[in-house]
Ligand binder design. Structure first.
Ligand code: NAD
Length: 409
């Protein structure tokens, strides 16, 4: 990736500093004092020291400039000798600018998210409306291979729609390619091993014809088919009693919400962690209702999201130490996905966000969560783990509704 070069008028310090950027040093944080070589410019330390005295002894500065010029000349001579070396022209131009009284400021023009050669397993895609689809798309835009895990009862309709071209329009990538999935596995994240599957599920016709869909079995199949992976995405949730207030939620409904929406993430990291490359990253999707009250997001789903966020921190520590992978969660703003529509008030939440969020020009787009995921799973985010990252047009920071009738005159 090239840097933009911006010319800025030089000041006294810049004159001394200007050519401090030498071969390989713009991203090189080696100590300029420890690592100087013949022809190197004066270090920041030299400059700071000289600045202290410059009012008292202007001669010191002149001396510094003279030494700087001598070094520049030596560097120019070396550069001329190695004219075939890539980048020489850029450095020579920079020196010319420095001589002309400007200094070179390097600005990174576009750090790109590069996931070429990486493999992701994304769980929770069954149509082209939800976050999982947009995440898959962003990962592929960045060059990543994407493997899917789709909920068994939704798999047939998803695959049929896919084959019939229903998603073709939304499969288009920015460079004209079509999004492709390396493989789609049937999966039910509520079950860890075959032993956990009760008879009524095993014999349910929605599961008929599919095998090896528990989390441990899917992980094993992925390992056999693809070897190691780099990215693990948990984009799924289910709360059978989500429409009920917590006060009316049954134990069964509450535990089902936690099982499908939070423990499923623990289980996925448990089983996929061993097949993740060091430096890999896991992402899940959470919602603001984990930390503030969103009436209507019931059935224990708010509790499940709170658990998901807490688990993100603990898993970041444990999986970081064990496998050298990162674990983060994205707190997403409202999106009219299939799951969200089942809650029954998603359109109101989108309207509310549009009226009250700091960024209110457009509703949140799923691809914005996709892009954030691609970044968080890339080496650019290598220092981020255990975090809940808000991608919600900023709604989470608001403490007062802007459209509240209580504030009207
Ligand atoms: P979605 O309907 O696109 O995705 C949910 C997916 O979960 C579906 O594909 C469904 O088949 C799958 N699923 C359900 N139970 C499963 C199981 N037992 N095993 C495997 N897969 C199962 O909806 P979405 O809104 O994109 O949801 C993705 C994630 O985003 C969820 O965690 C959701 O809570 C979260 N989220 C959604 C919103 C929103 O407003 N839509 C906001 C914040 C967070």
């Amino acid at each position: 990736m090239d840097d933009d070069v911006v010319d800025r008028p030089t000041d006294r310090r810049a004159l001394v500093h200007g050519e401090g950027v030498r071969e390989g040093s713009r991203l090189d944080h080696r100590s300029p004092v420890d690592d100087r070589r013949p022809g190197d410019a004066l270090s920041t330390t030299d400059v700071a020291a000289s600045n202290e005295n410059e009012n008292e002894n202007e001669n010191d500065l002149k001396d510094l400039k003279r030494r700087q010029n001598e070094r520049e000349e030596r560097t120019n001579a070396m550069a001329t000798q190695s004219a075939s070396f890539a980048g020489t022209r850029v450095r020579a131009n920079a020196r010319a600018r420095a001589r002309a009284g400007t200094r070179t400021v390097r600005v990174h023009a576009g750090l790109s998210v590069d996931l070429k050669g990486k493999k992701a397993f994304v769980a929770g895609v069954a149509d082209d409306n939800g976050f999982g689809w947009a995440i898959s798309k962003a990962l592929q835009e960045a060059g990543c291979e994407v493997i899917l895990g789709t909920w068994v009862p939704a798999l047939n309709i998803f695959e049929t729609s896919y084959r019939r071209g229903k998603f073709d329009e939304s499969r288009k990538l920015s460079d004209g390619r079509m999004m492709e999935f390396a493989k789609i596995y049937p999966m039910d994240a509520v079950f860890d091993t075959l032993d956990d599957v009760p008879e009524d599920v095993a014999t349910n016709k929605r599961y008929a014809g599919n095998t090896k869909w528990t989390v441990s079995e899917v992980a094993k199949c992925v390992q056999e088919d693809f070897g190691k992976i780099d990215i693990l995405v948990h984009s799924l949730a289910n709360g059978p009693e989500v429409a009920k207030p917590l006060l009316e939620t049954s134990r069964k409904g509450y535990l089902a919400a936690v099982s499908a929406s939070s423990y499923s993430n623990v289980s996925m990291i448990q089983h996929f962690g061993p097949l993740m490359n060091k430096g890999g990253a896991c992402i899940s999707l959470t919602y603001l209702a984990s930390e503030v009250v969103i009436p209507g997001y019931g059935g224990g789903m708010s509790s499940a999201k709170a658990a998901l966020e807490s688990d993100t921190r603990v898993l970041a520590y444990e999986a970081g130490r064990k496998w050298g992978i990162r674990v983060n969660t994205i707190s997403a703003g409202p999106l009219g996905s299939r799951a969200a529509k089942a809650i029954g008030f998603i359109d109101k939440m989108i309207n509310y966000s549009l009226t009250n969020a700091p960024l209110n020009e457009k509703p949140l787009k799923a691809i914005e969560i996709g892009n954030a995921t691609a970044f968080l799973c890339s080496p650019l985010a290598s220092g981020i783990t255990g975090a809940t990252i808000y991608v919600d047009n900023g709604l989470n920071i608001m403490g007062m509704a802007q459209d509240s009738r209580s504030t009207e005159n």
